[in-house]
Design a protein around this ligand. Structure first.
Ligand code: ADP
Length: 547
């Protein structure tokens, strides 16, 4: 017997319809690529998205076709989120920090028909335009006044002209909620990047889950500033969450330095933000150097890589900003776990609570997880057993775009598959998961595993360390031993022995790094994460003093 409730597909356009009807006056503020601060409302967003939807159709974009973007976090990018997906086409957010060859590979692989891009990326697009076979239209996301006098791209279109040419008499089509909505490629640190194709249904369910109180906890009272780019897993879903709950949205555009961010945080009374640990270093460096505090910021979501406990302590104790440590992947839309404390943790002191918060957290409803040993047997949730983390849920990838890499899932006895995350972790009896490493970063010393994240977190707690990566270095007896690659804070002197002494009593003796090397910079990847594969290459022939 079927239930007798309305059949309404879960479509992304419904978020926009809701935002216009119930939060029309709510604001969207953008530091524009053109240099000024732009303000509009959710009503404007809805009207302009309808016009852009018609413009896309006028360009010949049909349901299922891909529209690429190379763009910062701005109101225009948000319009495309709704305009493209709302018509049934697929928004493909390309990462402009990738190497031009990778941009070409990804745009070709996705068969993008239209490419919309910010002024900043005009040189990049001019360099690759002739190499991407499928793109028929190039749209510069600006107004007529900012269009270049001449461009190497023939028939370069102007975003605002396209909008001007349309009215907003447009009704969002209704279609199957399983239709594809957007496409995001993994960074491809190993092998070619693979596409993850989200659906309207998966995005909507993810949005509900992301907004929940024990998740990112967003409401209409919030002012959200996503530092995480809209090309990094849809800014972790925040542009959708904002419409669902009616929160004010603040977009930093290209201004990701500490000063620009701080001014927006304060000027727009931002309450919640989100980003990878490396971006917060820039911001905290700026506030520290200038003796500034946050007057409205209440919490920040930190994920993408492990949040160093020292950073968490600074945010919480010096600035009164609560840290929500979160874990996820492109393949998971991205949210998997968020570390919100349970009532049992109320009795702990600040240090005890931070020890829990250093974990990646517990599964948000919709995501199930388990850890398994090398033979695939499930391991207990005792906070000690360490194994590969497997996940499943309605916003987790089933297969990659164009079946790249074959079937990624590991079948279970119940016939449903699990997605192997490539992360090594443990789960405690309260269900809090802690990543010890990525399987490709783990250091295998004499058959035993050493987690690099723990060793990096300790280094990051040293007052003279700006950034630290721990990688495996070759050792003739143990195969691999930890090598610490360190970037000092400007103007500080720090020696190898001083740093190693800092580890005394904090870890088992055999986990002690065998050597420390100081570098001017640690390479960061396109999403702001440390590129340990590059460091491993660079220190391939490093001779450990213990060897
Ligand atoms: P990329 O492969 O481009 O880095 P993702 O952003 O999807 O793509 O990265 C997902 C991976 O990032 C996870 O599998 C995990 O290794 C790492 N990660 C994400 N969040 C955290 C976190 N809070 N702590 C530790 N690692 C994390």
């Amino acid at each position: 017997m079927n239930g007798q409730m309305m059949q309404q597909p879960l479509l992304i356009s419904s978020l926009l319809v809701h935002a216009e009807r119930h939060h029309a006056e709510q604001q969207i503020v953008t530091r524009r690529v053109e240099g000024d601060i732009h303000r509009c409302s959710f009503r404007d967003l809805a009207v302009r998205s309808r016009r852009m939807a018609k413009a896309m159709q006028a360009l010949g974009v049909t349901p299922g076709q891909r529209v690429g973007t190379l763009a910062w976090n701005t109101y225009r990018h948000m319009e495309l989120y709704y305009a493209v997906s709302g018509t049934g086409a697929v928004l493909h957010t390309l990462n402009p920090r990738l190497h031009p060859d990778q941009v070409v590979y990804i745009a070709d692989h996705a068969e993008d028909q239209v490419l919309c891009f910010d002024l900043t990326f005009l040189p990049l697009v001019e360099a690759v335009a002739s190499r991407v076979a499928t793109i028929k239209h190039f749209v510069l996301m600006t107004d007529r006044a900012h269009m270049p006098a001449a461009s190497k791209i023939p028939n370069l279109l102007c975003y605002e002209d396209l909008l001007e040419a349309q009215d907003d008499r447009f009704v969002w089509p209704q279609f199957d909620e399983n239709s594809a909505s957007s496409l995001c490629y993994t960074s491809g640190t190993t092998g070619n990047p693979k596409g993850v194709l989200y659906s309207h249904r998966s995005t909507m369910l993810h949005t509900f889950a992301a907004a929940l109180p024990d998740s990112l906890n967003c409401s209409s009272r919030d002012v959200i500033l996503p530092v995480v780019p809209m090309f990094h897993v849809n800014a972790w879903g925040l542009p959708y969450v904002a419409c669902m709950v009616g929160a004010k949205m603040v977009f930093p555009g290209a201004g990701l330095d500490g000063k620009s961010l701080y001014e927006l945080f304060e000027g727009e009374k931002v309450t919640v933000s989100a980003g990878v640990p490396t971006v917060w270093q820039g911001l905290l460096g700026y506030t520290e150097a200038n003796g500034l505090k946050f007057s409205t910021m209440r919490r920040t979501v930190i994920g993408g890589s492990a949040c160093p406990p020292a950073m968490m302590k600074t945010f919480q104790e010096t600035y009164g900003v609560h840290v929500l440590h979160a874990w996820g992947m492109t393949e998971m839309s991205p949210l998997g776990t968020v570390c919100t404390l349970k009532p049992v943790h109320d009795a702990l002191d600040a240090a005890g609570q931070r020890a829990i918060q250093a974990k990646q957290g517990r599964a948000v409803f919709g995501v199930d997880m388990k850890i398994v040993d090398a033979a695939g047997h499930e391991l207990p949730w005792d906070g000690k057993a360490t194994g590969e983390l497997l996940v499943r849920g309605p916003w987790i990838v089933n297969q990659y775009f164009k079946a790249e890499g074959g079937d990624p899932l590991i079948p279970d006895a119940d016939g449903r598959g699990w997605f192997p995350t490539g992360d090594v972790s443990m789960i405690d009896p309260d269900g809090f998961m802690q990543i010890t490493d990525r399987s490709k970063d783990v250091i295998k010393s004499g058959g035993e595993w050493i987690g690099s994240i723990d060793l990096e977190n300790i280094a990051m707690a040293h007052p003279k360390v700006a950034m630290a990566a721990c990688i495996a270095a070759f050792h003739p007896k143990w195969d691999e031993r930890p090598l610490l690659v360190v970037m000092k804070k400007p103007g500080t002197d720090l020696t190898r022995d001083e740093l190693l002494a800092f580890y005394e009593g904090k870890i088992a003796k055999w986990w002690m790094p065998d050597d420390v090397v100081f570098v001017d910079a640690i390479p960061l990847g396109a999403t702001g994460k440390m590129q340990k594969n590059k460091l491993r290459d660079a220190f391939k022939s490093h001779k450990l003093p213990t060897a």
